[in-house]
Design a protein around this ligand. Sequence first.
Ligand code: MN
Length: 248
Amino acid sequence: MSPTHIESRPVIGLTTYRKTSAQTPPLPLMALMPTYIEAVAAAGGIPLLIPLGLDEDALSAVLARLDGLILTGGGDIAGDYYHSEHADFIFDIDADRDRVELFLAREAVTHRKPLLAICRGHQMLNVALGGTLYEDVMEWMPGAIKHDFFGVFPRNHQAHAVTIQPGSKLADTLGRRETSVNSLHHQGIRDLAPGLAATAHAPDGLIESVEVIDHPFALGVQWHPENLVHDDPVMLSLFRALVDAGSN
Ligand code: MN
């Protein structure tokens, strides 16, 4: 249940990305799609955007003031962080965003801060704890189905099923053994990091959800629940679970 008084509502930090405005001349922006922000608010949390460019001391100070953290979706993570030998399949890298999110992911795990890691964030959590990625799932994962529906269908297009591990935090949160998800990613988890448990899989075996073992609430999902909350309100429960964990 969400706290009644607004001043007691958990503050949930969300990571941002760099964009360039469409006007002439173009202006540099730090941005986030409002669907993430609206989902946090609908779940009873206070959304707060975390800028890029902060040093580690500042990021630690921000994290200390937050009740929970969302690592958001976005472009690829630089291959240096997971021993990639196929750099030509990796694109849309922001070295500063990688640095900021790797630090925040590790700090959130170390300090047992409630964490929801979405799409790129789910991959980031795995890389931050020592796991690796398929640079491109279709190219490098044997038997892969299509996972990259970016730009092909609307973001709420339910692309494939996932099977959920009974007894996992994901199963408890969604109350389901199987669910239908959107799929807007071309990369995916290859080797699972130590300290993570894989808790949901796509029909081709790709890891679609992880949780940090022995952590109050640190969950990664490869899909985008913020784009599904209107079609499948159960997806809002992921944000509610984060907010609830942040109010403890
Ligand atoms: Mn997928």
